[in-house]
Design a binder for this molecule. Structure first.
Ligand SMILES: [Zn+2]
Ligand SMILES: [Zn+2]
Length: 275
């Protein structure tokens, strides 16, 4: 059984209203023993530069108190999801900002995610107005590859092929054209000791697979990758550990026998057979 959900959000994220206590109660109710809150930091977010930033001092003060209060029920870890950027005019300031944040605050777990590309968020239809399906996806994956090469301090690649959730229904994506860049991303993760996150949030957005897909998880395994983490990306209490039974079935069918959580930046491996 998967006993840890280590990619989740609370009202410290711009796109969630969930009280951290409600998320923790949901995690306990679902039988989890480890929980990590990873609120968004997307420095210089394109449409609104004040969005997706939290006050790290207030965050640590709240999370440290909760960790103590809930310690007899669940092991709370303090994490963050960083929005990485490859655009030349923002990459430098974004890197400096995150380096300082990670120096100043002792996060247990850091997810490196690619949300924005070409100064926009492909979640919005605008991104697709000037790009056909395959081209739009490729541009995103190339940015992700650059991000995996050029940032430090994060432990896993968040939701690797996340953009596939947002391809407009009327656009075709030629999957075979994505293989080379996906292979390069996986090789980069392995060479740099960065793990691969399996994110179940896609299944709640009318997308039929995890991010990344089972095929990509299988390729990572084939290349020798064993450092995986599992996250629901819940922004609401009812989504904590969502579809984790499916994630476990998918991962064990590939051959994975364990997944990782992080404490003080160090991985702790846990067997799927643990209860
Ligand atoms: Zn994300
Ligand atoms: Zn997230």
């Amino acid at each position: 059984m998967i006993l840890a959900d280590i990619h989740t959000h609370t009202s410290f994220s711009t796109d969630s209203d969930a009280a951290p206590e409600a998320m923790l109660a949901s995690a306990v109710e679902r039988g989890l023993t480890t929980y990590c809150i990873t609120d968004h930091m997307d420095y210089l977010f394109p449409m609104d530069e004040t969005a997706f930033l939290f006050d790290p001092k207030a965050y640590f003060s709240k999370m440290t108190a909760l960790r103590e209060e809930w310690s007899d029920r669940i092991d709370l870890r303090i994490g963050v999801e960083l929005g990485l950027r490859d655009e030349p005019d923002v990459a430098g300031p974004v890197r400096d900002y995150y380096e300082k944040l990670l120096r100043d605050y002792p996060f247990d777990f850091v997810i490196g995610s690619t949300h924005c590309v070409c100064h926009t968020d492909p979640y919005y239809p605008d991104y697709w107005q000037t790009r056909i399906g395959t081209e739009g996806v490729l541009r995103y994956l190339e940015a992700e590859l650059w991000n995996m090469e050029h940032y430090d301090g994060f432990h896993v690649c968040g939701h690797l092929d996340y953009i596939l959730r947002y391809v407009p229904k009327n656009r075709r994506v030629h999957r075979s054209k994505l293989n080379d860049v996906i292979e390069a991303i996986l090789q980069t993760l392995l060479r740099r000791g960065i793990g691969l996150e399996i994110n179940s949030g896609s299944l709640r957005r009318n997308y039929p697979d995890f991010n990344p897909s089972a095929a990509i998880a299988a390729r990572y395994y084939e290349l020798g990758g064993r450092l995986i983490t599992i996250g629901s990306d819940a922004h609401y209490a009812e989504h904590v550990a969502a579809d984790f039974d499916r994630a476990e079935a998918m991962l064990t069918a590939i051959g994975f026998d364990s997944y990782a959580t992080f404490r003080s930046g160090k991985p702790i491996f846990q067997k799927f057979s643990d209860r």
